[in-house]
Design a protein around this ligand. Sequence first.
Ligand SMILES: NC(=O)c1ccc[n+]([C@@H]2O[C@H](COP(=O)([O-])OP(=O)(O)OC[C@H]3O[C@@H](n4cnc5c(N)ncnc54)[C@H](OP(=O)(O)O)[C@@H]3O)[C@@H](O)[C@H]2O)c1
Length: 180
Amino acid sequence: MLIGENTDGAGLVRDLLFNLKATIQGQRVLILGAGGATRGILGPLLDLKPAELCIANRSPERAYVLTHLFADLGPVRAATLAELAGSHWDLILNATSASLSGEVPQLSAALLSPGCLCYDLAYGTGPTAFMRWAGSHGAARTASGLGMLIEQAAEAFQIWRGVRPDTAPVRALLMQELHE
Ligand SMILES: NC(=O)c1ccc[n+]([C@@H]2O[C@H](COP(=O)([O-])OP(=O)(O)OC[C@H]3O[C@@H](n4cnc5c(N)ncnc54)[C@H](OP(=O)(O)O)[C@@H]3O)[C@@H](O)[C@H]2O)c1
């Protein structure tokens, strides 16, 4: 028998709720990208009952496929980047791989609600391209996926070993080393 687990979603949610003290319930959440990372985080995010969860992808058909797969779990819909015009979001998750090449998806700053948290699943040394874009276009807060990486690893460790490691010192050390 084969058993598979995906700890990305649990790790992201843990980073958002516990480390960043963000709220998902009742919030309007926009996910950019429709690849493997988005597929992994949709279920845990919908479990937290956002008011709305929208997936926008450069190739729209991939976003529509995901909404059909997850429609039973909550209010998820897909939109093209153009169709986002006029909407506002409390939490924007960049789950594209654009930051890895220093690029930012084609977005309007008008999408950011006051208080908007812009979270890039990508991480690196210093703020990612998306974090820099969001910070200079009115985001109240920005964060990289470093916390998600650490928390998903802790979730995996717990599955294998039955113990959840304390992630706070790991996070502090990596933050210091990557952002100094
Ligand atoms: N922090 C963590 O623990 C963690 C865990 C998993 C993933 N990640 C990060 O999440 C990101 C996505 O990973 P993935 O596995 O989902 O990758 P993936 O399956 O290859 O999907 C990539 C996605 O990014 C979009 N994209 C790529 N370049 C773009 C650009 N220049 N402008 C707009 N959209 C672009 C693609 O759109 P198309 O469909 O149109 O090609 C696709 O939706 C990566 O940065 C990865 O490092 C982080």
